[in-house]
Design a protein around this ligand. Structure first.
Ligand code: GTP
Ligand code: MG
Ligand code: ZN
Length: 327
């Protein structure tokens, strides 16, 4: 354990500072959950690693949470969160400022999955940056088309294109990592997440991680913190799987439609409509499939109207307030 660790290096921000009482400042310790085990939490603090037994009297906590403990390392309280990923009552990660949504530009490019990840990030009340990887595997025109497709989801969305042949493309991203920011990553298997992290982490710096078993918090350049955990990896993989399998189902049915260019709206002999009518397929899935496949030609509605939800999210008052405190 690195003894010289400061709260700021762990991602501490004004938003949390403002929740402290005089007692906290004089007698208590501040720590951040970096690992959740079956019977205890591992907490990182300026005083080192703390093991906190999980008790039913405590609120449920997750990786990223800030916790106040007393001088005997007993739980005092959990600080309010600035962001939270949770699914079906399961807490997955908290207090991440920015989530990188990583997607490859090659044949695995999946606009529907990017959209789904954006929804998760929006619900978590964090900011999203879409990182499109493997630009070296597509020609420039294709990169532009795919990039536009993502931008259409939200005109204010930050998008960075990177490729492993040119480290220069990472500079824009690196510039974004500010001291005290906590970053998380979402992306399908093979999207290039590990490669991205490897190129972002300062390998010359021996203190890249916080030396905790099963590291969940890593140091990024400029003093930001990368939050990673098994639960987060499970979440991103599940989303990727359901997105792909849902699409495959629609694609398989579409092969059985009478017309090759069937739009699955009202054509006779449409196998997709039949499956919907018989309750075997959700209309939503089909709409998603169409958006992902035909959005250049026949989804003009989506083109002229940015996705309401993401659009709103960019202007959310609560978030504006929260972030203005941390700047
Ligand atoms: N050509 C090219 N290959 C890349 C790029 N980024 C990643 N790759 C390759 O894609 C493969 C998968 O990359 P990873 O970084 O392991 O992907 P990941 O998202 O961490 O995958 P999982 O850990 O399985 O979820 C590796 O063979 C990388 O070398 C890129 O920009 N260009
Ligand atoms: Mg990986
Ligand atoms: Zn059809």
């Amino acid at each position: 354990m690195d003894a010289s660790i400061s709260l700021f290096e762990l991602g501490w921000q004004t938003y949390f500072q403002q929740q402290l009482s005089l007692d906290d400042l004089e007698a208590h310790k501040i720590a951040r959950v970096c690992q959740v085990e079956p019977s205890n939490y591992a907490l990182l603090s300026e005083q080192g690693l703390i093991s906190l037994a999980i008790q039913s009297s405590q609120p449920k906590m997750t990786i990223g949470d800030w916790v106040i403990v007393n001088s005997d390392n007993q739980f005092v309280r959990k600080l309010d969160r600035s962001a939270l990923f949770n699914q079906e009552q399961q807490l997955i990660a908290s207090n991440m400022d920015t989530v990188l949504i990583v997607s490859a530009l090659d044949d695995n490019f999946n606009i529907e999955l990017i959209k789904r990840y954006l929804e998760l990030v929006h619900d978590a009340e964090a900011d999203a940056i879409v990182v499109l990887t493997k630009a070296d595997l597509c020609d420039e025109a294709e990169v532009e088309v795919k990039r536009d497709m993502v931008q259409r989801l939200n005109p204010l969305l930050m998008i960075e294109t990177v490729n492993s042949k040119s480290e220069a493309s990472l500079d824009a991203l690196k510039g974004f990592f500010k001291k005290g920011k906590t970053i998380a990553i979402l992306g399908a298997p093979g999207a290039g997440k590990s490669r991205l992290v490897r190129s972002l982490i300062d390998l010359d710096n021996a203190h890249t991680n916080f030396n905790v078993a099963q590291d969940s918090l890593f140091r990024l350049p400029n003093g930001s913190v990368l939050l990673d955990s098994p639960a987060l990896r499970e979440l991103q993989a599940n989303e990727a799987m359901s997105s792909v399998s849902g699409f495959e189902m629609v694609a398989k049915l579409a092969e059985k439609c009478r017309f090759n260019d069937c739009t699955h709206t009202n054509e006779p002999g449409c196998a997709v409509r039949k499956a919907i009518d018989e309750g075997e397929l959700e209309e939503q899935r089909v709409q998603a499939f169409k958006r992902a496949n035909f959005s250049y030609d026949d989804d003009s509605a989506a083109r002229s109207k940015p996705h309401d939800k993401f659009h709103r999210s960019a202007h959310s008052d609560a978030r504006a307030r929260k972030h203005s405190l941390t700047e």
